[in-house]
Structure formats: C-alpha cells, structure tokens
Design a protein around this ligand. Structure first.
Ligand SMILES: Nc1ncnc2c1ncn2[C@@H]1O[C@H](COP(=O)(O)OP(=O)(O)O)[C@@H](O)[C@H]1O
Ligand SMILES: [Mg+2]
Length: 362
C-alpha cells in the first residue's frame, strides 16, 4: 500500500489518573492488534504529572513481550508540547491521521483532550467533546438521562458550597440510608464511599470534596451489576450484556485494578427478555448523551424491584482484550483487532461528516 494511504495513528496513553497503568496496558494491546500495513503508530505517553512524552521512536522499538508499555514517567525525557505534536501530524505529509485517546478520567475522558483534538483538526476515536464531558460528570449525565425518561436510582447533586448541617437530614428524607457519596467528575471508584448512616456522612462528603467541587449522593441499590458495550456513531449497536460480581462490598478500586478479584461473567446469566431490555436501554442512554464511537453502559439490576437502573456511561472504558468492553464484543462476534479497526473507521466517518457543516451564514 502506498505510504500516503497509510493512517498515522496517534495513541495517547497514560495520563493523570488512577487508571494510568490500565491505560498503558490498553495502549500496548491496541499497538499489537493493529495492522502495520495500514497504520503508522505514534505512541505518545502522558505522565502522571501531565507531561507529554514521546513514548517510543517507533513501534518496532517496543518490546513486544512486555506486559505493558513503559509507564511514561521518565521526567528527564524531552517534553512534547501537545499542540505542535498534533498539528504537524495533520499538516506534515498529507498522511491521514487519527488520534486514539486511551487516557481514562479527567483530562482524557472528560472532553478536554477531545477539545484539543477538535481545535487541532485531528479526527479521534470515541465520544466528542460534549458527550465526553457529560458522561464524565455523574450529576450532569443523570440529569440528561432523567430528562430522556430513562430509569435511574434516587440521587441528589450538590456543590461543595451547598454542603451544610442540613444535608444529612435531606439525605435521610429523600434517599434514606445507606447511600453512596461520589465526586461528580472522577472514575475508578476513587473518592467513593458507602455511608451506612447519618453520622458517617460528613467524612464521606469531605473525602469526595477533595476530588471535585461537585458531588452526587445516591441511594445504595441492592442489585446485580450488568454492563453493555455500545459501538457506533449514527447507527450504534449494543453488545450482549455482561455481569460483574464484585468480591468486595462494592466494585471498588482494589477490585478493579489491584487484585483482579471481581468475577466477570460474559455473557450475563439473564432471561432473553432481560437481555433485550438492557440492550435497548443501553442504546437509549448512548443516544440520549449523544455518544459517538464507543461507551460501556453500566447498570444495576434490582431484581423483584425496579429492574434495570442506569449507573453510568464510560466513554473510555478499560480497553485491554480481557476488559469487559472488548470481551463483550468478542462474545457478540467482533474480535479485538476488528474492534480497533472499526473504532478508527468511526473516527474518520465522524470527522468527514462534521467537516461538511457550514461555519458561517451563507
Ligand atoms: N448507588 C449505588 N448503589 C450500589 N452500589 C453502588 C452505587 N454506586 C456505586 N456503587 C458501587 O461502587 C462502584 C463504583 O461506583 P461508580 O459510580 O461506578 O464509580 P466509578 O465511576 O468510579 O466506576 C460500582 O461499580 C458499584 O459496585
Ligand atoms: Mg463505574
């Protein structure tokens, strides 16, 4: 294939998040999965401090047997400036470029990097700016989902400045204990506390407020945790559902990343009617939040109660081949290399579709 037809895939990984390691592992798997005849890969690592580094000169330089890409922590390496790194990638050789942001949490999944890529005119994998920001913010996402008539548990949104003596009573009246207290904009269960009763609320609020100025407080739902992977732009499709069986009291940080203790059931043991219901709810949530590319939609299933309740959408879910997102697609008939390929095509499709819009009055 002529080199002009090859796509330059800028893989952005690492980042300032508790999921830094997961991101490095995901990036390595994407690297291994893509077809070198079609893609030139430019891996760019972001350190835990937020510095951009060139992770490797070329794919060939990477140790293929390594369990993960080297964590971009080398503070002595040459620092890259985000904009100049991206802009020449587009303008340089006329070679098409696609960015694949694989950075979880704030600055990677929340619309900020997506905004940078929009400004640089670079097509990118995954949700756009607004959908990324909305899905990252648990309070805003719930408002949109509620307005779309989708089922959620009871919850309260608060700003730090609104936290006062009266909150414990308000929580008791509107939600009832136990509750979950969470920073609105974070992931990987960081800053999340399950509060059994009123006296413990203050400490949980204080903890969450160390991570964000907006909080959500949710009724604790007793139910199974079911997840659906969704893929696509204008015609998204849902995977078969999977189930998480946490080994801790809830699916916390240790479970997700440190101990590999949570059981993943793929597919989830559900009745056919439940499978159809949860897939259609996942699709409706994805559409309501105007997601492009991909998202993993997470549910609680309150059996003998309200049924499926949406917990949250993750626009950059864990992306290793054994992560739930990829496993669900494999179960649904799309293997990992095909999944990566489709995401890149979706990035280009969206870019071309959106470049067609007028920007001034004609
Ligand atoms: N309202 C709730 N009721 C019951 N369990 C919850 C609730 N909220 C969160 N959890 C538990 O905590 C985990 C992490 O919460 P989640 O909102 O998904 O945060 P994160 O964005 O960090 O993944 C969930 O997977 C679930 O096990
Ligand atoms: Mg979650």
């Amino acid at each position: 294939m002529a080199s002009a037809d090859r796509i330059r895939l800028v893989l952005l990984f690492g980042g300032r998040s508790a999921e830094h390691e997961v991101s490095c592992i995901s990036a390595l798997h994407v690297l291994r999965a893509i077809d070198p005849a079609r893609f030139d890969v430019v891996p760019i690592g972001v350190t835990r401090q937020g510095r951009w580094l060139s992770a490797a000169e070329s794919v060939a330089a990477l140790p293929v047997a390594a369990p993960s890409l080297p964590s971009p922590d080398d503070e002595s390496g040459p620092e890259l400036d985000p904009m100049p790194t991206l802009l020449p990638a587009r303008a340089g050789s006329g070679q098409p470029v696609v960015a694949f942001p694989l950075i979880h949490g704030p600055t990677g999944e929340d619309g900020t990097i997506q905004g940078l890529l929009e400004t640089a005119g670079v097509p990118y994998v995954g949700a756009g700016v607004a959908a990324s920001a909305l899905c990252m913010d648990k309070g805003l996402a719930k408002r949109v989902l509620e307005a779309s008539g989708l089922p959620l548990g009871r919850w309260l949104g608060l700003r730090g400045a609104e936290v006062n003596e009266g909150v414990a009573e308000r929580v008791a009246e509107t939600l009832g204990y136990p509750v979950f207290v969470k920073p609105a904009n974070l992931g990987s269960s960081v800053g999340v506390t399950r509060v059994a009763d009123g006296p413990d609320l203050a400490a949980a609020l204080e903890l969450a407020l160390r991570y964000d100025e907006y909080l959500v407080i949710e009724e604790a739902i007793t139910g199974r945790e079911i997840e659906v992977a969704v893929l696509g732009n204008e015609s998204p499709r849902p995977s078969l559902p999977g189930e998480i069986r946490p080994s801790h009291a809830f699916y916390d940080f240790e479970d997700k990343y440190l101990e590999d203790g949570a059981g993943l059931l793929v597919p989830a043991p559900l009745e056919p009617a439940q499978v159809e219901e949860v897939r259609s709810l996942a699709l409706a949530a994805y559409r309501a939040l105007q997601v492009d590319g991909m998202a993993r939609v997470d549910f609680f299933l309150e059996e003998d109660g309200r049924g499926f309740l949406i917990n949250e959408l993750n626009t950059i879910p864990g992306f290793t081949p054994i992560s739930m997102y990829a496993r669900l697609w494999k179960e649904t008939g799309l293997d990992y290399p095909q999944l990566v390929d489709e995401l890149v095509s979706l990035a280009l499709d969206r870019y071309h579709r959106r470049s067609g819009f007028e920007t001034v009055r004609k």
